[in-house]
Design a protein around this ligand. Structure first.
Ligand SMILES: Cc1ncc(C[n+]2csc(CCOP(=O)(O)OP(=O)(O)O)c2C)c(N)n1
Length: 816
């Protein structure tokens, strides 16, 4: 009897009752024959899809069972969505997939495909969609119309799914042996399956999928000289070479729910895919919307999902009912073939139901009627596949039920096995995968880059700089130095690309990227559309595909509306994949205040709190031109070597600053180091710079960014009063140079923290905390920005740290 909540028992009972009542077919059908006369699948292939669906269903039931005695920690399941098995079967196992948490059957099929290493099938025949429109662009010649693909070919019963089931169960019990996240989260992911883990944040993986599509296509086009290795492709040579993990004609697939369609990240991704398509760029992404009509308890208004998905410019719409496996397979195959052939984005709208609620603790009765729940049960896709198999004479109901029970038994046996496996045992275990740091290798990479720049790459370098390398140009500003270092980076890393709003044609709002497009071409230096979520998403996907992305966020204030792409996506990739996947990137951000006479808060934003607490993120703030170039080199090397995600926060107000103490002194300019001195001038992550003024014995000022220049000026005033100061430029806000902070503070016993960010949540809080934690026992004070947004015009001075506040703070400290 159905209760007003669909329980695992209800689902199981209904399955048995329905199957038991199915009339037997008059005769058996040969497994090698199509299921019906015009079916795209043989009996064996459909049986195999059924097996994957049953495995997924039994995993959901096992998840609830594990939870019931406190051994399982995750009950969001795929029940009702098992139609997605047909989508997996329509793709190649080498197509990178970013999966919704309800794509369990997809995952099972993919794992079985790879386990069986199926050689060939009908799954990917080149036929374009039946109602294929005229292609708007050339169909790429190498779209491998006759390539083999994974399929629903039988994989040998549950054995084909045992590995997938074990993976999923390990995720549920948070086993440290889970293959991708190692117990850090329950995700679908495995590098050998080309399944990239996604987070639980709705739709946040979609901008990345678009970025992957862009990168896959771009690298396919670069792969002109047949430089393939294995299933992937190697592009470039030397240290900058990228191993692209997917074949050149791969397409990217990402799945998500119907409510997710409305999320800003999703709309950003659809828009960006459409925008590029409109502009003639190819993005081979298949969006799969698994539409169960609900987002937890909120209904998608009738017809809305179809209306909105159909209306996405540049994205071709396909739809199918997940409870009709043959049709779902046919349409998924058409959609995949269309994307693969034309390298253009499409969306597959897969109608599903949701069985057993949103998750284990969800009491559906609060918002759904018993009649509605019963209707969903009638559309159970696993029952639908079983019905088809029985009606076609492929199997009897008894055989399917026996198989269902056998699978259930095997899944629970595996569950019992894995629940005894070790969990992550310590904080060190948990963070071990977060963000590897190998400073010696990074230093070596910088040395190698220097050797190339002065050796084999010297000619290309000279040419790229128009015959005059930057070290011969004379003293440079911060902006010029960053520009030259970007050029050196582009020369040394063939996979590096610089992109963002206005970076190419204009060369950046402040001219920092000026001339780079002319020198390195529009494929490597390009303008993006105006959407920071997508700018970062492009970086995320490009990094994953083997590129070295250097996206620019035009102003710090505008990073905040896209911040999840950095925090939730970029910074977690190694954490949730134990380094199997990485998204190296160096995000350049123009920021901080003190732009005299320009803008208010939005162009003078001084909030970095949101970056400082992102685990593993590197945050660099170069204050001087002679730090900017080596720090940028370090960030690029660290991204290449360790997959680091770096934010390179550039103080706008210092971009074009020339003088330090007096007009015309040119003391804020610096020459660009020639490659021969890059090793000696290497700046490791987390090392500060110390300026000694006078005796340097009386006071330590700890600061960064604009504070460095103001503090040096203040130190000069104090020197006239006989006070010796050491000014410590942190250079790195994350990780903070703790050892340098403690050492330089202890040397004087008096510390003034000059923090241009806000008093609350600002950098100074971290410095003071580091002093306390490090056992510093001297005096300390802090001057910091007021807890306010920065107002327009001269009023800004009321809330920002001033040179006077620094000297006043210093005198108060010295008077103690
Ligand atoms: C950005 C974000 N906001 C809220 C949530 C909480 N949440 C988890 S699942 C969910 C509903 C998603 O519905 P849908 O996209 O239709 O997928 P379904 O669960 O129905 O398959 C919500 C709101 C989240 N995970 N991420």
């Amino acid at each position: 009897m159905l209760s007003d909540v669909t329980t695992p028992q209800d689902l199981d009972d209904r399955f048995r009752e329905t199957l038991a009542a199915l009339p037997a077919a008059p005769q058996r059908r040969d497994l090698a024959d199509p299921v019906t006369d015009d079916a795209p699948l043989t009996g064996a292939q459909l049986l195999d899809l059924f097996d994957a669906q049953v495995a997924s269903r039994q995993l959901d039931l096992a998840g609830r069972w594990l939870r019931s005695f406190g051994e399982g920690f995750y009950t969001i399941g795929s029940s009702g969505h098992e139609g997605n098995a047909a989508v997996a079967a329509a793709l190649r196992p080498t197509d990178p997939a970013l999966l919704h948490y309800r794509s369990g059957a997809f995952y099972c099929v993919r794992a079985a495909q790879v386990a069986a290493a199926v050689p060939a099938s009908a799954a990917d025949t080149p036929t374009p969609a039946v109602d294929d429109p005229e292609p708007a662009a050339e169909a790429p010649e190498s779209a491998s119309d006759a390539e083999p693909a994974g399929s629903a070919t039988p994989t040998g019963g549950f054995g084909g799914y045992a590995e997938a089931a074990r993976d999923v169960l390990r995720g549920m019990v948070a086993s440290s042996e889970e293959p991708i996240a190692g117990g850090r989260h329950k995700v679908f992911g495995r590098a050998d399956l080309a399944v990239v883990p996604t987070t639980s944040t709705i739709a946040s993986h979609l901008p990345r999928a678009v970025g992957m599509g862009l990168a896959v296509e771009r690298l396919r086009r670069l792969d002109t000289a047949g430089r393939r290795t294995g299933t992937g492709v190697r592009v470039g040579s030397g240290a900058g070479a990228a191993h692209v993990p997917w074949p050149p004609d791969a397409i990217v697939v990402c799945s998500f729910g119907d409510a997710s369609v409305n999320h800003a990240s999703a709309t950003a991704a659809f828009n960006t895919a459409g925008w590029y398509d409109h502009a003639g760029l190819r993005i081979p992404v298949l969006f799969v919307c698994e539409d169960n009509g609900l987002g937890i308890s909120v209904r998608s208004p009738e017809g809305w999902v179809e209306a909105t998905l159909r209306a996405k410019p540049g994205i071709r719409y396909f739809s199918a009912d997940g409870a009709d496996p043959l049709r779902a397979y046919t349409v998924a195959r058409e959609a995949a073939a269309w994307v693969r052939r034309y390298r253009r984005p499409a969306v597959l709208h897969l109608r599903t139901v949701r069985l057993m609620g949103h998750a284990g603790a969800d009491a559906e009765s609060a918002y759904r009627s018993p009649a509605e729940l019963a209707e969903d049960l009638d559309r159970d896709p696993v029952v639908a596949t079983a019905r088809l198999l029985v009606e076609a004479g492929v199997a009897t109901a008894d055989e399917l039920l026996a198989w269902y029970d056998e699978t259930g038994w095997q899944v629970r046996r595996l569950a019992e096995e894995v629940l005894g496996e070790p969990k992550l045992a310590s904080a060190a275990d948990v963070v071990s995968a977060l963000a590897p740091r190998r400073p010696v290798r990074v230093a070596r990479a910088v040395a190698d880059a220097a050797a190339r720049a002065s050796g084999p790459g010297a000619g290309a370098r000279e040419e790229a700089f128009g015959g005059k390398p930057p070290e011969l140009v004379g003293p440079m500003t911060l902006a010029q130095s960053i520009n030259a270092a970007l050029a050196d980076g582009l020369l040394d890393h063939p996979q590096m690309a610089v992109f963002g709003e206005d970076v190419a044609a204009k060369g950046g709002v402040y001219g920092v990227t000026k001339g780079l497009r002319d020198r390195f071409g529009a494929a490597r230096v390009f303008d993006t559309l105006l959407d920071e979520t997508s700018v970062l998403g492009l970086g995320l996907g490009a990094g994953l595909a083997g590129m070295l992305p250097v996206p620019e966020i035009q102003y710090l204030a505008y990073l905040h509306n896209a911040e999840d792409q950095l925090r939730g996506e970029a910074a977690t990739m190694q954490f949730f994949s134990r380094g199997a996947f990485r998204n190296p990137m160096v995000v350049r951000v123009a920021g901080l205040a003190y732009q005299e006479g320009f803008g208010g808060h939005f162009h003078n934003d001084n909030s970095v709190a949101v970056l400082r607490d992102v685990p593993g993120l590197v945050v660099a703030v170069p204050a001087r031109p002679d730090d900017a170039a080596p720090m940028l080199r370090t960030c690029l090397a660290s991204a290449a070597v360790d997959g680091s995600v770096c934010v390179f926060l550039e103080p706008i107000a210092l971009y074009h600053t020339r003088d330090l103490y007096a007009d015309g002194d040119g003391e804020w300019l610096a020459g660009y180091p020639e490659p021969g001195s890059w090793v000696a001038g290497h700046v490791p992550i987390g090392r500060a710079r110390v300026y000694r003024v006078g005796s340097a014995d009386d006071l330590t000022i700890i600061t960064f960014g604009n504070g460095v220049r103001m503090s040096l000026r203040a130190a000069a005033v104090l020197a006239e009063e006989g006070v010796g100061t050491r000014v410590v430029d942190l250079r790195w806000l994350a990780p903070l140079p703790v050892a340098d902070i403690i050492r330089e503070s202890s040397a004087t016993g008096r510390v003034l923290v000059v923090d241009e960010t806000r008093r609350s949540g600002g950098v100074g809080e971290g410095v003071i905390a580091a002093l306390v934690d490090g056992g510093y026992v001297g005096a300390a004070r802090r001057v910091a920005g007021v807890d306010s947004f920065v107002p327009l015009g001269p009023a800004a001075r009321h809330v920002l740290v001033s040179p006077e506040a620094i000297t006043d703070g210093a005198r108060t400290l010295l008077a103690r």
